[in-house]
Design a protein around this ligand. Structure first.
Ligand code: NAP
Length: 267
């Protein structure tokens, strides 16, 4: 299996949740980690924990919705470490509201800017460097990128867009030596739902999911690193997620009901 020793790995959304857990999971392999997000203090804290585990680190405050910030992120990574081997597009924001309850339509644009364009921009600037290194791109999407989920119209749309983009890019890069891994987690314990945008455009500030009953960010990170090391095309998390993909072909309405029940049960 591939090792990330000495490899330069950029992770967006590294300040908390899955991105932070992923950096900590990679750190013992002694990579050069570039941690990007907006919250400087949280990034510094994550970077310090990564250094304690053996990684070299660089923190770059980045808002992935801004093209200039994404260009600077990649430039800083390459200027500091000389190469870029891996880009993990992980930064994301959630949404919890039925369309009929939405009071602020700008939510849809805001989510698209973070979850979709926030993966496109870093990938665009990283691509020439990744091609030189025959490196890899990882996109943290969601099961909501593979099927419809109630109360997540805006979120699911961004995650479908993300998968469409990276599936297409994978074909473009077929002979380049650069691999593209799309990850589709099920519910993972993090702040994403408390920070999710509600129908009024403000943070939901509570989680409708039974956070104690869902996968930990650490377990999610372990599975992502394994898929990265194998340069897998796609990682769909949980048995339910994997079976659901096949069931959708024969009985899509059944998968709609599974998604509805999962949201109602919060797990
Ligand atoms: P989280 O705990 O809320 O973390 C989200 C991360 O994204 C934070 O580091 C945040 O950092 C960063 N971020 C948000 N907006 C940003 C922006 N404009 N620019 C730069 N960074 C930004 O969420 P998570 O659960 O770890 O989610 C990580 C990824 O996994 C997301 O793409 C999410 O859609 C996906 N996912 C999560 C779940 C789940 O159940 N948790 C399930 C499926 C998929 P700052 O606030 O510091 O900028």
């Amino acid at each position: 299996m591939a090792s990330y020793a000495g490899k330069t790995v950029v992770v967006t959304g590294a300040s908390q949740g899955i991105g932070r857990a992923l950096c900590l999971e990679l750190a013992p392999q002694r990579p050069r980690l570039v941690l990007a997000a907006r919250d400087r203090a949280a990034l510094d804290d994550a970077a310090s924990a990564c250094r304690e585990r053996g990684a070299e680190t660089l923190v770059v405050e980045t808002d992935v919705t801004e093209t200039g910030a994404c260009r600077r992120l990649i430039e800083r990574a390459v200027d500091t470490f000389g190469v870029l081997d891996v880009l993990v597009n992980n930064a994301g924001v959630g949404m919890v509201a039925r369309l009929a309850e939405v009071k602020d339509l700008s939510i849809y644009e805001r989510l698209m800017r973070v979850n979709y364009l926030g993966s496109v921009y870093p990938t665009y600037f990283a691509l020439p460097h990744l091609q030189r290194a025959r490196g890899q791109i990882v996109a943290i999407s969601s099961l909501a990128g593979l099927t419809g989920v109630p109360l997540r119209t805006g979120y699911a749309a961004t995650k479908h867009a993300q998968i469409g983009f990276f599936d297409s890019l994978r074909v473009e890069l077929r002979s380049s030596g650069v691999s593209v891994t799309v990850v589709a987690p099920y519910f993972v314990r993090s702040e994403i739902r408390r920070r999710a945008v509600a129908g009024d455009g403000r943070p939901l500030a509570r989680s409708p999911v039974r956070e104690d009953d869902v996968m930990s960010a650490e377990e999610c990170a372990r599975q992502i690193v394994k898929a990265m090391q194998q340069r897998r095309r796609m990682l769909v998390m949980t048995l339910k997620g994997r079976v659901g993909r096949w069931v959708k072909l024969a009985a899509p309405a059944l998968v709609d009901r599974m998604a509805e029940r999962a949201v109602e049960a919060g797990k």
